[in-house]
Design a protein around this ligand. Structure first.
Ligand SMILES: N[C@@H](CCC(=O)N[C@@H](CS)C(=O)NCC(=O)O)C(=O)O
Length: 221
């Protein structure tokens, strides 16, 4: 039976990008459906009735929700090509721990940078840099979080780099100055064709964020 794979997504979502990178790593053909999150499709509402969020991967009619769950699913189903998870259970547990840390901390800190001003913005920047420094020390002198090769934790984090230009422009700071090793790591990831080929142009993400700032009434210029 031919496989039918649909990804409900939104181009600027760092969560959706994770699924795109993983599917590209595995060479899986799929139908990409861009969602308007202010006017969600019936398919999205039916497929993710709990959170009503993208991304949702629909594999042969069955929906899988939550980007980290989707990554694991993709790795298990298309297991012949490009394993994303480390083979050792301890390393797998560590990768999941840090991916969970990213999800619990980084999104909210980053969001403060482009949606807040004054003290809240400064607090967001400080928090954001501290989290990245923590991740940078976890990377150590390795090429990738997965060691020699790009893996699950790399996928989970690299999608945030498409927002770095937005954070830097809205926050007036340089991530590379604070976290030079992490900056190098981003460059290394982007040298991988299925990574760079799956991620949007950071300038387009920034333009999108600027539109949202106007919608939210943050930017009244
Ligand atoms: N924990 C979720 C987060 C997904 C998420 O926050 N998606 C956002 C777009 S970036 C969304 O669909 N928002 C729509 C809404 O909140 O109504 C994941 O990892 O998949």
């Amino acid at each position: 039976m031919a496989e039918k794979v649909i990804l409900l997504d939104m181009f600027a979502s760092m969560f959706g990008m994770r699924a795109r990178v993983a599917l590209a790593a595995k060479g899986v053909q799929y139908e990409y459906r861009e969602e308007d999150l202010r006017n969600k499709s019936q398919l999205l509402l039916q497929s993710n009735p709990i959170h009503k969020k993208i991304p949702v991967l629909i594999h042969n009619g069955k929906p899988i929700c939550e980007s980290l769950v989707i990554l694991q699913y993709i790795d298990e189903v298309w297991n012949q090509k490009y394993p994303l998870f480390p083979s050792h259970p301890y390393q797998r547990a560590q990768a999941r721990f840090w991916a969970d840390y990213i999800d619990k901390k980084l999104y909210d800190a980053g969001r403060k940078i482009w949606t807040k001003s004054g003290e809240e913005l400064e607090a967001g920047k400080k928090e954001f840099v501290e989290i990245l420094k923590q991740l940078e020390s976890q990377l150590g002198d390795e090429a990738f979080f997965g060691g020699e090769s790009f893996g699950f934790l790399d996928v989970a984090l690299v999608t945030y780099s498409t927002w770095f230009h937005t954070y830097e422009s809205c926050g007036g700071f340089s991530i590379g100055e604070h976290c030079p090793k992490l900056n190098q790591w981003v460059k290394r990831c982007l040298e991988i064709h299925f990574v760079s080929g799956s991620l949007p142009d950071p300038v387009k993400v920034y333009d999108f964020a600027l539109v949202l700032r106007k919608v939210f009434g943050i930017d009244t210029s």
